[in-house]
Design a protein. Sequence first.
Length: 151
Amino acid sequence: MKMTIASALAVATLATGAFADTSAPTGDVDAGKKAFKKCKSCHMIQDADGEKIVKGGKTGPNLYGVVGRTAGTYEGFKYGKDLVAAGEGGLVWTEEEFVAYVSDPKAYMKERGGKSKMTFRLKKGAEDVYAYLASVGPAMEEEAAEEAKSE
């Protein structure tokens, strides 16, 4: 009986976390677009077809589709081993994790026993940048395509 209750609690906890990750971003998309100007010196946003949404640097990975992506998995980018390990351990870029990371990447990774190659800290507006990245990501494009089909 004790094992059944413990198992049920574990499943409920996991399910709650999964549902929490699907919530809509809380930030302001327009403010995030403006704040992303600080990010584009190292990051670009380019869709799967090669269309540049935001022309930017290549020091950091392409941020197209980063919302909901497992950390350290953008194909073709050479991540630090600790960020890859965090992704292998289950780190997914939810709003909460993204905001905590970009606010202070070094401290974020240090708390998790690792190091970050990213040195820039976004002091404010991380929720807004996350909302902007969600707005230009593949999920939004698919949603717009579905709406166009139904009209």
